[in-house]
Ligand binder design. Structure first.
Ligand code: HEC
Length: 130
């Protein structure tokens, strides 16, 4: 019934709708649409990393305010609005699961996905110092 293009558009819309629902109160992704790798990275970040990290460029609000942090809170990752992490460090952290190896799971994203997320983090992190 649908031709290929129409089906692609419908799938894209469904994906946007699903992301909006999964976002659950978070904001939309604020990354330039002419940077395909960073844009994919932002989407992946919103899906896989937003639970533990704040990063408004990806609509993520997972870092906890300092006053709410306690030793049992294992999902409180650094806030990438204020902390800059470059591409190489981001890729390293994604592979091994953060730098302490204690909390963040390693290889949440791999291969091209990991590179796209690292590109996004490298370009957009650290832009909103506290
Ligand atoms: C289960 C919670 C959790 C998830 C999910 C998670 N992280 Fe983390 N992440 C942390 C915590 C906690 C730290 C700080 C401790 C450490 O470095 O091990 C951290 C550290 C980092 C660091 C190092 C930052 C620094 O300067 O020390 C990077 C980069 C990072 N995460 C990126 C990501 C990316 C990208 C994803 C998604 C693919 C992700 N994280 C998913 C919890 C998480």
């Amino acid at each position: 019934m649908f031709n290929r293009t129409a089906r692609t558009i419908v799938l894209a819309l469904l994906l946007v709708a699903a992301t909006a629902v999964a976002g659950c109160g978070s904001q939309s992704v604020e990354v330039s649409t002419n940077d395909a790798s960073a844009e994919r990275g932002a989407q992946l970040f919103a899906e896989r990393c937003a639970g533990c990290h704040t990063f408004s460029a990806a609509g993520a609000q997972g870092s906890k305010p300092t006053r709410e942090v306690n030793s049992k809170d294992r999902t409180n990752g650094p806030n990438f609005d204020s902390r800059h992490v470059n591409y190489d460090d981001a890729l390293e952290a994604i592979r091994q699961g953060g730098f302490s190896g204690a909390v963040m799971p390693g290889n949440i994203v791999t291969g091209q996905d990991a590179e796209d997320v690292a590109t996004f983090v490298g370009k957009y992190s650290g832009k909103k110092p506290e």
